[in-house]
Write a protein that binds this ligand. Structure first.
Ligand code: PGA
Length: 215
């Protein structure tokens, strides 16, 4: 494995004061760490990173499928690019709760690539459609998300390999779903897995620090 990504997906959690505490506790200076907070927190974290010469990279959790313009409520790629380098697209929570379709997700990927944001494209299995241009994928089986019931490392590795074989442009596959400091190494030590996408366990700076240390 030549590259390890550890990505935190904070989902719809954290206020500005909670983030301050998190950042004060988080003292890791390692490459490949990406934190994906809500849009409202991006600016504060970006300033903190600059002021404290942190190595941390930032990602958004969503992107508008449209160009800038009359799309009330949307945050577009040009705006995100001011703060972040990555964007999570196609998370199963968005597919389920916001009825995001393959067609819409393709537009989101196009917008992110246009603005030089790297999509972290989430798939639920090896058959999920992956839009062109995606090279970083997160395999997140639905049964494992937020349940404390992760996939087995062996099966995750098998699916990661299948994804890479089916989609020749995909270079990196992360595993996500109930990852914590106890089980992270069992996933990152698998041949075809290039890192992890961590939800719940990334909300506590201490636990996320441990995850990085054990990966
Ligand atoms: P979880 O979430 O780590 O809380 O299971 C992972 C995700 O949904 O990205």
């Amino acid at each position: 494995m030549n590259k390890l990504f550890i990505v935190a997906n904070w989902k719809s959690n954290m206020t500005t004061s909670e983030v301050e505490d998190w950042l004060e506790e988080f003292r890791v200076q390692q490459k490949g760490i990406v934190v994906c907070p809500s849009f409202t927190l991006l600016q504060d974290i970006k300033l903190y990173i600059i002021n404290h010469k942190f190595r941390l990279m930032l990602g958004a959790q969503d992107i508008s499928p449209f160009e800038p313009g009359a799309y009330t409520g949307e945050v577009n790629g040009e705006q995100i690019k001011e703060f972040a380098e990555y964007v999570i697209i196609g998370h199963s929570e968005r597919r389920k709760n916001f009825h995001e379709t393959d067609q819409l997700l393709e537009k989101k990927v196009q917008q992110s690539l246009k603005h030089e944001l790297t999509p972290i494209f989430c798939v639920q299995d090896a058959n999920t459609k992956i839009p062109q241009g995606v090279f970083l994928v997160a395999y997140e089986p639905i049964f494992a998300i937020g349940t404390g019931n992760p996939d087995t490392p062996e099966n995750a590795n098998k699916v990661a390999l299948e994804i890479k074989n089916k989609n020749k442009t995909v270079q990196y596959v992360l595993y996500g779903g109930s990852v914590n400091s106890q089980n992270v190494h069992s996933f990152t030590s698998e041949e075809a897995i290039n890192g992890v996408l961590v939800g719940g366990a990334s909300l506590k700076a201490k636990e996320f620090t441990k995850i990085i240390a054990h990966a």
